[in-house]
Design a protein around this ligand. Structure first.
Ligand SMILES: N[C@@H](CCC(=O)N[C@@H](CS)C(=O)NCC(=O)O)C(=O)O
Length: 83
């Protein structure tokens, strides 16, 4: 069974870099849109990214934050070289 890939984002943010990589991989993903200062700082989201920033992704039990790390992770995963 494939792992669920969730993308935490805001449309007007640097998370568009991670979205570009998501689209490049072609992997199916779910999107969660967060608002600055409210849901981005909620306890639920801070449990995913303690910085309270976007982007972040969750892939199964793996959470990755920071655009560079997200792109590197997706680059490996999208080509079958990742976990
Ligand atoms: N170094 C991080 C920067 C992430 C970042 O600063 N994201 C902004 C949006 S462009 C954010 O979530 N800001 C929310 C806040 O600071 O409260 C990355 O490249 O992913």
């Amino acid at each position: 069974m494939s792992k669920t890939l969730t993308f935490y984002t805001h449309p007007v943010s640097r998370a568009r870099i991670a979205r570009w990589m998501l689209e490049e991989t072609g992997l199916p993903y779910e999107e969660v849109v967060l608002d600055f200062g409210t849901t981005m700082k909620s306890p639920d989201y801070l449990a995913i990214n303690p910085m309270g920033k976007v982007p972040a992704i969750r892939h199964g039990d793996t959470v990755v934050t920071e655009n560079a790390a997200v792109c590197a992770y997706l680059g490996r995963t999208g080509t079958g070289q990742g976990p």
